[in-house]
Design a protein around this ligand. Sequence first.
Ligand code: MG
Length: 209
Amino acid sequence: MSARPTKIVCVGRNYVDHARELGNEVPANPLLFLKPPSALIGPGEPILLPDASERVEHEAEIGIVIGERCRDLAPEDALRVVSGVRALNDVTARDLQRSDGQWTRAKGFDTFCPVGPVAALPADLSALTVVCRVNGEERQRGSVREMVFGIAALISHVSRIMTWEPGDILATGTPAGVGPLRPGDVVEVEIPGVSSVRNPVHRRNDRET
Ligand code: MG
């Protein structure tokens, strides 16, 4: 179990190939944005496509869970505060991300942050990979080794801006291969051997509650 996060801190364009596929440069400093905790869902819960967007995409990511209150960490101390790792899908309304400029709406709809169970951080971080499958077909695959900014550097960087609280999540960016989600799809993000999250995709209007 981990505490409910006070924030989900996300990193944009942290894999060279993904930055390029969307026509962007790799940033000189980590490009940060927030997703609201209200976007969180667990395995099996539906991702709901809002009417406001015509292009909602999956982004498979390695989610890092922070275990204690901390700030101003040096990179060499950063992994000490990690309580675990979890598969994370940074679901994004790509059309709204482009049209709004600010990413809050595109990244912040309810259900836009599926997360898998929290697992212990493996001793060899460099072995972590993340995979995305849509309807069983592989769409994305990336390794920690391909990240522009590594996990310890990111935890440290964020800690110099805002205090980490227990349960907070760092979403470390997505590799190339992002693509659309359609009603009836099933999308899975897996950190092989560690954590996975699988969700059906529905239209928000079709919700039966
Ligand atoms: Mg992302």
